[in-house]
Design a protein around this ligand. Structure first.
Ligand code: NAI
Ligand code: 15L
Length: 262
């Protein structure tokens, strides 16, 4: 069942580093790529530097890969021209290259910012209306729609992971609800890679936090159970951060409160 070669875009970023350290045994070879230099290939690794906005280079990059973990992107709000290259064009290039190369499955790092304008406390499932809170969020909506198109037209499967906040620890009150532990992130990726069939799947990437807003009830077939919770961090966070800090009315937090960057 083990896949041969898994391409990981954005391998130099925060989540890419978790994957490189901890995702062992899900693929024989990890092909790691980023636009920035990353440390040289170790055992079972290949390293390729590539700008996702470069169509020809992406075609080359994807060749011989069985599945893709697509993390490479601008990962915060930015001006439209920057998002246009990395997120819109980069994701399109990747899907086209994947289609041509016959790649079977993509895990797309979507974001909670596709639903960030829903109010805090509202429970959402995978059918919730998308309410992006930023141009960044719109770029992730585009990726989700592209994934839907490539499944309906070509049968290319994608799990769109609407990742909450994946860091070593939750950093503020909002992340008590949105935190995804690195360990749960890795186990979720493992489940998605190993599942026999996923079709087009939208998932929330969130740990078993007390006050989570998101439910994965439709995806129980994956058998993914988050192990971690933000509770051990609550006391320290509540002590250092006053209640009702800016941007906290909406699930996207500060992204919902910010303006458009030019
Ligand atoms: P990051 O910013 O640390 O890493 C993203 C990587 O993508 C960087 O190494 C960057 O050099 C690379 N990249 C940017 N533009 C590129 C281009 N044109 N061509 C090739 N590579 C390019 O972000 P992080 O936290 O590791 O996130 C990974 C993915 O997960 C991103 O797509 C982000 O939007 C998504 N995500 C992350 C969340 C988190 O809590 N860490 C939450 C929601 C979504
Ligand atoms: C994201 O989409 C970002 O990539 C990450 O840096 C965090 O801001 C995260 O969402 C979050 O909402 O906490």
């Amino acid at each position: 069942r083990m896949i041969k070669r898994l391409l990981v875009t954005g391998a130099g970023g925060g989540l890419g580093r978790y994957v490189r350290e901890r995702l062992k045994g899900s693929a024989e070879i990890l092909r790691l790529t980023d636009i920035v230099d990353i440390s040289p290939a170790g055992r079972g690794e290949e390293v390729v530097r590539c700008d996702l906005a470069d169509r020809k280079a992406v075609e080359e990059l994807v060749r011989d890969c069985d599945a893709i973990l697509h993390l490479g992107a601008i990962s915060v709000e930015a001006n439209f021209d920057a998002l246009l290259q990395a997120n819109f064009l980069g994701t399109y290039n990747l899907y086209e290259a994947a289609r041509k190369a016959g790649v079977r499955r993509i895990i797309f790092a979507s974001s909670n910012h596709v639903i960030g304008f829903h109010p805090v406390g509202e429970r959402l499932d995978e059918k919730a209306e998308r309410r992006p809170d930023s141009l960044y969020g719109v770029s992730k909506c585009f990726g989700e729609d592209l994934a839907r198109l490539y499944f309906d037209k070509f049968g290319l499967e994608t799990a769109c992971l609407r990742i909450g906040s994946c860091f070593d620890e939750p950093k503020d009150r909002r992340m008590l609800s949105t935190w995804l532990s690195p360990r749960d992130f890795i186990s979720l990726i493992g489940r998605v890679i190993e599942a026999p069939a996923i079709g087009h799947l939208v998932l929330y990437g969130v740990s078993a936090n007390r006050d989570t807003w998101w439910s994965n009830g439709h995806a129980e077939f994956l058998g993914w159970k988050p192990q971690d919770t933000s509770e051990p961090y609550r006391e320290a966070i509540e002590q250092r951060e006053p209640e009702g800090a800016a941007g906290s009315d909406y699930q996207g937090g500060r992204f919902a409160a910010a303006g458009i960057l030019d």
